[in-house]
Every structure is written in C-alpha cells, then in structure tokens.
Design a protein around this ligand. Structure first.
Ligand SMILES: [Zn+2]
Length: 247
C-alpha cells in the first residue's frame, strides 16, 4: 500500500522538479548569452568566454539532462506501475542509464572537444582586425619582436613568466596604438600528441633563484588531461630588483 502511494505521487513531483530544472537550465544559458552579447570589446569578450563559458554550459546542460531523465523516469513509472516491481526496477534502471550516458557525453564534450572549439572562438576574437578610431584604417598587430618597445618592463616580465600575453595594435598612419592583455594561464595549450587543446600547466618550480640583479630560472610542467602527455619549459624568473620595480 505504502509503495503504491509513493508510485502514484512520484511522477507528479518528478515532473514538477523537471519543469523547474528546465526553467533553471534555460535561464542559466540565456544569462550567459546575454552577458556575452553585452560584453563590449574583443579582449573583454575573450576574457569573459575564457573564464565563464564552460561553467555556464555545464550547469545549463546538466540541468536539462537531469530534467529529461526525470521526465523519462516519471513516464516509465507511470507505464510500468501497472506491472510489477520488477518492471518498475527495469524502468528506473533504463532512465538512469540514459541520464548517465548523456551526462557523460556532456562531460567528455566539455573536457576534450570543447576546449578546441573555445580556442577557435578566442583566436577569432583575438586576431580579428581592429579598426583605428582615429583614421578608420585597419590596424596592424605587431609581432613579438616589434611589440617589445611598446611594452613596459612589467609587461615584458609577465610575458616571459607566461602570466599574461600582450598584443600591441598600431595604426601606422596616425601612430595610434592600444595594448590588449590576455591571461596566459587560463589557457590550455594544444597537445602535440593527441591534438586536443587539453595541455595545462600543473606545477612550477624554481631551478635557480634570482639574485638582486640576475634573473633566475624556473621550470613549468604541463600535462595533457586527455592522453597524459607531459612536457616542461624553462621560464625566466625576474631578478629581485626587477620584482621590486613592479611593486
Ligand atoms: Zn594529449
């Protein structure tokens, strides 16, 4: 009797929860796209996408997946509750398996495939030709060698320690320039083994401590979360006098 009444009310509550999750998931996704569209400026959009998009997509789609599983679940409970407990157990099992399968597919997509898609969007934003507000000309993106004279010591230090990357855009006709800053660490790199953008820094160590006037040497370690490829790179650590200048 007890079981019977739970089975009678479960589809009703499962559907209410599922409706709530659909609403919540859609609101999360809408908020994301609205925030993205009102973020002005390529560098700001880049930063926003880089830091937030994966989180919004995960929360939004997980809510929708759980909602769909609950709809299926309540439909199966309705259908199978006319049969016995065995049929009911099979119904619950099937709807959970389908929910877990979709959840795993979403996880795998966000972890392995999505980083490359995000990177492509980010690169488009970063390298889209900028228009000079003064002359309307297409501005030139300076190369690493050309840009250094326009960067402060602090900025060059950031680039060498891979903390930030800077782009200098120059309007050659008027000399108007602007500098855009990108987070160098958020950024997963392309794995040379599996070609997924899943290579991330996980450790940094000091090999040679910097002295007052001499730069030190450090090592950054990267690991691919898809194929476990490892690599390391030497990085410069600012001398103590340079560090003091930055403060
Ligand atoms: Zn890899």
């Amino acid at each position: 009797m007890e079981n019977q009444s739970l089975l009678d009310i479960w589809p009703y509550y499962a559907t209410i929860i599922a409706n709530g999750l659909v609403g919540f998931g859609l609101i999360v996704l809408i908020i994301h796209f609205v925030r993205l569209s009102i973020t002005k400026g390529y560098a700001k959009k880049y930063d926003y996408l880089n830091k937030n998009e994966a989180k919004y997509l995960l929360v939004g789609f997980i809510s929708l997946i759980i909602a769909v599983s609950l709809y299926m679940n309540s439909a199966m409970v309705n259908f199978f509750s006319r049969g016995g407990v065995f049929e009911l157990a099979i119904g619950l099992f099937i709807s959970s398996i389908i929910g877990v399968a979709f959840g795993y597919a979403l996880y795998a997509y966000l972890k392995f495939y999505y980083p490359s898609i995000l990177e492509e969007k980010l690169m488009k934003l970063r390298f889209k030709p900028r228009i000079s507000p003064e002359t309307g000309n297409v501005m030139k993106l300076l190369t690493e060698d050309e840009e250094d004279v326009h960067l402060t010591d602090e900025m060059i230090e950031h680039e060498e320690s891979m903390k930030y990357e800077y782009d200098v855009w120059m309007d050659e006709a008027s000399g108007h320039k602007f500098i855009e800053r990108y987070d160098g660490q958020q950024h997963a790199k392309l794995c040379p083994d599996c070609n997924f953008r899943t290579l991330k820094e996980y450790k940094e160590e000091e090999i040679q401590a910097p002295t007052q006037n001499e730069a030190g040497l450090g090592k950054k370690y990267f690991k691919c979360s898809y194929c476990s490829h490892h690599e390391s790179h030497d990085v410069k650590i600012a001398s103590l006098s340079e560090k003091a200048k930055m403060l």
